[in-house]
Design a protein around this ligand. Structure first.
Ligand code: PLP
Length: 373
């Protein structure tokens, strides 16, 4: 065989090389002082003590393979939400399920659609599957159902919708989600990523369970990384029609969720008191941060999640990049939004009371305003 036309070394597929590596929220500030990580939407109250106990107990048996079908965890999730466990699949974080769904339903020549400031991993998943990512514009940082429907073509295979959306924190009411589903061709999979559902306190919001139960082309994703405070363990789950479950189970990691993670997640979902405390903490401090930052003259998008997108002025001395440097020097780590095409913004996770007060005080100083917080 002639080697003249062949590359001299292994060559990644071009779609893979089109992926900008995902940059997680920073965890360090440089300098030696105390660091407040408010860049990754983690739970400031930590995990449930019951989850930690279950994690430690499972840690005594690291020689054993985990249950690859996550029977006990799926039963616990099913009991909590009134769902048939056979329609649930657990993943190594919902990240794994996003990637697997893209591989199952989209490939070269297909399109994967999401909204302008949608979660960055949708793009990564589409490209990794060899599919073409397509972006629908938003209206004022809110998902625009009409724009998504207008972007659907005969090549569209998947629509990813984070609701509430990260990084904007905004959401669309369930009526709008249903309108989106009704407008999609039956062969297009609608993936409702409800990573922040537990935080939402709005009467017109639903995570999508009802749609999954009634439509063959709708899937809902949830995670243990946010309200349950188990981001380190990487556990997510999907509620889906039987055919989707069957297909995803063929290519997900066989032992994708490790044993201590399975045990901790099952204990966490049963600890409703810890969930309620986390929701209450968030509701209080989300509102407080919104009020305080708005009073400083910053523009804060209305958020229903556990984080806020804060828009900074473009005036030199007051930009998001300069604010980020100022805050980082004080150990306050927020998330830069350049990768999302919103360089004028920083995303702030609701933290402990101490961290929240420090952020507001530091921003007041940065903006040159005296502040009594
Ligand atoms: C945090 C987050 C997830 C969860 O990711 P895990 O892999 O479960 O940690 C999924 N979708 C969105 C939009 C998120 O912000």
């Amino acid at each position: 065989m002639s080697s003249a036309a062949l590359p001299s070394r292994p060559t990644p597929r071009p779609s893979v090389m089109a992926i900008e590596a995902y940059v997680p929220g920073k965890a360090h500030a440089g300098g030696g002082g105390r660091v407040y990580k408010l860049s990754a939407n983690e739970n400031p109250l930590g995990a449930s003590p019951k989850a930690l106990e279950a994690f430690r107990a499972a840690g005594g048996h690291l020689e054993l393979y985990p249950d690859g079908s996550a029977v006990a965890l799926r039963a616990a999730i099913g009991a909590t939400y009134g769902l048939d466990p056979s329609r649930i699949v657990c993943g190594t974080g919902s990240d794994e399920l996003i990637a697997v769904l893209a591989h199952v339903y989209a490939g070269p020549g297909d399109e994967v659609l999401y909204s302008q400031h949608g979660f960055l991993l949708y793009r990564v998943a589409a490209l990794a599957a060899g599919a073409t990512p397509i972006v629908a514009p938003e209206k004022g940082y809110v998902t625009d159902v009409d724009a998504i429907l207008a972007a659907v073509t005969e090549r569209t295979r998947i629509v990813f919708l984070a609701n509430p959306n990260n990084p904007t924190g905004t959401y669309i009411p369930f009526d709008e989600v249903k309108r989106l589903q009704r407008g999609l061709p039956g062969n297009v999979l609608l993936v409702l990523d409800a990573a922040y559902a537990e935080y939402v306190r709005r009467n017109d919001y639903e995570s999508g369970i009802e749609l999954v139960a009634t439509c063959p082309n709708v899937v809902m994703l949830r995670t243990f990384s946010k309200i349950y405070g188990l981001a380190a363990l990487r556990v997510g789950w999907m509620y889906a029609p039987a055919e989707v479950v069957e297909a995803v189970n063929r290519i997900r990691g066989v032992f994708n969720v490790n044993a201590p993670a399975l045990a901790a997640a099952a204990a966490a979902i049963a600890d409703t008191a810890h969930v309620e405390a986390s929701v209450a903490h968030n509701a209080k401090w989300l509102q407080w941060l919104d009020d305080e930052l708005t009073a400083l003259g910053l523009t804060v998008l209305p958020s229903v999640g556990n984080f806020l997108l804060v828009l900074f002025p473009q005036t030199p001395g007051h930009t998001a990049a300069e604010a980020d440097a100022f805050l980082s020097a004080r150990g306050l780590i927020l998330r830069r939004m350049d990768g999302y095409g919103i360089p004028q913004a920083l995303r702030l996770t609701v933290g402990t009371e101490e961290a929240n007060r420090l952020v507001v005080a530091a921003l007041a100083e940065f903006l040159g305003k005296s502040h009594g917080a």
